[in-house]
Design a protein around this ligand. Structure first.
Ligand code: GDP
Ligand code: MG
Length: 747
């Protein structure tokens, strides 16, 4: 027995779905997410528990099956265990699936950390007729074992007491090692000697562990080793190479496989010694297995999956419609309020177009994000998402993506009309960093709801006869482009081996409403908190770009004079009528008054057009014209595309302004379409070029901010802006040039 400490630190580790989060909550009382998808715990969670005067600091490690370097979660867990001082590691294992769970335990012990086993879900095991002799397990593995039921908190006191006791124990954790067979053992001994002699990497790791990692070809450890002592590192690699060759020749296997075989062998030898007893029928099919027989069936599986994914999509975008409209109406009302009560001028323009639109832009996505996370939480917590990943992994892996990428693509507009912001956030379910990055960077190509008005305008105006076919083509191009670009990125800037599919299929569970709501709210709040301020800031900058420097006095005077002339020429009745109508939107105008009003609108339109051209955005658009001509775009289109960075549908309203038509409502584009048809710079080829550009170019800035958050760096957000725009321009210019040369679509 050691002395009692004032404060100790323990880490909580275990497989996904072992009940880690539940135990953590039960110990710390903190409000946390309880999920059912492998590895949901990415963020580091910490909490405190008090027990008999000892303050216990608990860190919840990411759920992992292993401590290799395959996934970010594993690396995070491993680094934390070796780099920070943990006085005890509580390893929570699922008693109903002990063999699988102890695989991690073996690796924790090899890492030399003091392990206390929380034998969790003993109730589940019992209901399946499995009894575990915890005393025997403890004796055989030489570690403390405490049976627990995390759901009810049973056993947690005893567990804490044991952890505190371990932390107080002065004696170092025992040297744990298992045999990996003659060949590997010999190699390991040889390596251990070299490692100890040259003090190689053993500040934080046990010598034998370093050897094992070299045998497993662990990239991160070898990289570290190379940096510290290249010569020793090469010596170790030589040993690994020679034993690998020997294994290949004699057993036709490789070290990693053998290591894993022996670990399982060790575990099963322990379990077979009377640790696990089953009372009834050994091969009884569990309910989950029965469901899986149907749900992952070769023929039925994909059908069920398609139906569920389509259902999720419908759920997200249909049910969020009402709240989206409430938000829109609210901000419309706010906008009206500001417009009516503020005097014309810059401040009003800033409040209305910069701030209210900006805040609206942030909050407008909230219903979508909430519904998306709610839907995904159901799939995740029930265990179905793991099946989707499992079934689709082969297809997506061919493009360097992951089975789980599908959610992000669908939500982003894989079925036209989605939104890339919740789509990017859906990539959170991807645990392997490279696949996740490739997904993040390509989902913006999907046909989001904001691109649809742009497509509808162009297709309606120039491909009216083949509308449906064109829309289908656009979806196909978006998917094809996304998958090909993903493949390209995975072969170049984010190259690296695919993450092996090590996920197990967790048992199906009925999600709890509380769990779903907590999960949904946490993610949504994170979006508002983390992305909100940045989005508002950028919205104001974009407003400024479209507004400043404004027209010089002399120009303003010209338009004012034109208005005055119209008013002077108008009859007294018409003027009176218009003044009356200004206070009453419903008023019917006489023909004469309507003609006057129309003239005034046209002057306003020309003024707005001139001011836009004069703005910073206008200067950019004009300056880019010599280049953009290659894709058929003039300065007007360029400005609209700059505006589209705020939100894709702004392309439509900005085109409206640029063609002196005032702000065009993205939902009623008929007259703008006609104007474009008549305009000399336009023909179907230009429209096609612009359609292609719109599919591929820089995502809207809300998406860019979301990408930065999810990728964890602005570097990749910047990359997506530059790369996507360059790609879009390349595609559009190629099509336009070929079309111009061959006369295709120019009518
Ligand atoms: P994690 O992935 O390891 O964090 O696992 P969770 O804590 O999210 O638990 C997964 C599921 O198992 C949840 O539905 C929990 O309510 C449930 N669970 C956790 N511990 C127990 C337990 O001891 N008994 C039972 N019956 N269910 C449990
Ligand atoms: Mg968890």
């Amino acid at each position: 027995m050691g002395k009692q400490l004032e404060q100790i630190s323990i880490a909580l580790g275990g497989n996904p779905n072992s009940g880690k989060t539940t135990l953590f909550n039960s110990l710390t009382g903190a409000r946390q997410h309880v999920g059912n998808y492998p590895g949901v715990t990415v963020e580091k969670k910490e909490g405190f528990a008090s027990q008999n005067g000892t303050n216990v600091h608990i860190v919840d490690l990411p759920g992992t099956y292993s401590l290799t370097a395959y996934s970010q979660d594993e690396v995070v867990a491993r680094d934390f265990l070796t780099e920070s001082k943990n006085e005890a590691v509580v390893n929570i294992v699922d008693a109903s699936n002990l063999e699988r769970n102890l695989y991690l335990t073996v690796q924790l012990l090899e890492l030399g950390v003091p392990v206390c086993l929380a034998l969790n879900m003993v109730d589940v095991a019992e209901s399946r007729g499995i009894t575990i002799d915890d005393k025997k397990l403890s004796n055989l593995m030489e570690i403390p074992v405490i049976p627990t039921i995390a759901r009810t908190g049973k056993g947690k006191e005893e567990l804490l007491n044991k952890a505190i006791e371990m932390a107080g124990d002065a004696k170092p954790s025992r040297n744990f090692s298992i045999s990996y067979g003659d060949d590997l053992d010999e190699a390991l001994n040889e390596m251990e000697t070299i490692i100890l002699k040259s003090n190689f990497l053993i500040g934080s790791y046990p010598a034998r562990w370093v050897g094992i990692k070299y045998l497993e070809k662990d990239e991160l450890v070898i990289e570290k080793g190379d940096k510290i002592n290249k010569a020793v590192s090469s010596d170790l690699i030589k040993i690994v190479e020679s034993v690998s060759k020997h294994l290949k020749n004699t057993l036709n296997t490789y070290p990693e496989a053998l290591i894993s075989d022996y670990r399982y062998g060790y575990i099963s030898s322990i379990l077979k010694q009377g640790v696990v007893k089953r009372s009834h029928e050994e091969n009884r099919l569990e309910l989950s297995d029965k469901i899986d027989k149907v749900v992952t069936n070769r023929f039925l599986g994909p059908l069920i999956m398609a139906a569920i994914i389509y259902g999720l999509y419908q759920f997200v975008f249909t049910y969020s419609e009402a709240p989206v409209v409430w938000f829109e109406n609210f901000f419309g009302w706010l906008n009206g309020l500001a417009s009516d009560n503020m005097s014309d001028g810059l401040l009003k323009s800033l409040v209305v177009s910069g701030i209210i639109d900006g805040v609206g832009g942030v909050l407008g996505f909230v219903p979508l994000i909430m519904f998306m996370f709610f839907g995904i939480s159901i799939l995740e917590d029930s265990g179905y998402l793991a099946r989707v990943a499992f079934m689709l992994d082969k297809v997506f892996a061919a493009f360097g993506l992951h089975g789980n990428s599908v959610m992000a693509f669908i939500v982003s507009g894989g079925i036209a009309g989605g939104c890339a912001v919740p789509g990017v956030m859906a990539s959170r379910t991807l645990k392997s960093p490279r696949e996740k990055l490739a997904t993040l960077l390509t989902v913006p190509f999907m046909n989001c709801g904001a691109k649809l008005p742009v497509m509808a305008l162009l297709v309606g105006a120039f491909f009216g006869k083949n509308e449906a076919l064109m829309m289908l083509l656009i979806t196909v191009i978006a998917w094809g482009g996304a998958l090909l670009v993903a493949k390209l990125l995975r072969m170049t800037v984010i190259s690296g081996p695919p993450t092996p599919f090590v996920m197990e299929l967790p048992p199906y569970r009925l999600p709890t409403m509380r769990g779903l709501l907590t999960h949904t709210w946490e993610r949504t709040w994170q979006y508002i908190k983390k992305a909100g301020t940045v989005i508002l800031g950028i919205s104001i900058i974009l407003w400024a770009m479209m507004t400043f420097p404004g027209l010089p006095e002399s120009d303003l005077a010209v338009f004012e004079n034109q208005r005055n002339e119209v008013m002077e020429a108008a009859s007294a009745e018409a003027v009176q009528e218009l003044e009356a109508a200004a206070d009453n939107d419903e008023a019917e105008l006489s023909e004469a008054a309507a003609a006057v009003q129309d003239q005034l609108f046209q002057i306003d339109g020309r003024e707005a057009e001139k001011a836009l051209r004069h703005s910073v955005a206008g200067s950019i658009g004009t300056a880019l014209e010599p280049v953009s001509k290659a894709a058929g775009f003039d300065w007007r289109t360029n400005i609209a595309l700059v505006g589209g960075f705020a939100a894709k549908e702004v392309v439509v309203s900005t085109l409206g302004t640029a063609y002196s038509m005032g702000e065009v409502d993205p939902e009623e584009t008929g007259s703008l379409g006609e104007a474009l048809q008549k305009s000399p710079g336009w023909n179907p080829l230009v429209a096609l070029s612009l359609i292609l550009f719109t599919i591929f170019y820089a995502p809207c800035f809300v998406t860019v901010v979301a990408i930065a958050r999810e990728a964890g760096s602005w570097k990749w957000a910047g990359f997506s802006m530059v790369f996507n725009t360059a790609l879009a321009f390349g595609v559009a210019a190629t099509v336009y040039q070929i079309g111009s040369a061959t006369g295709f679509l120019i009518g």
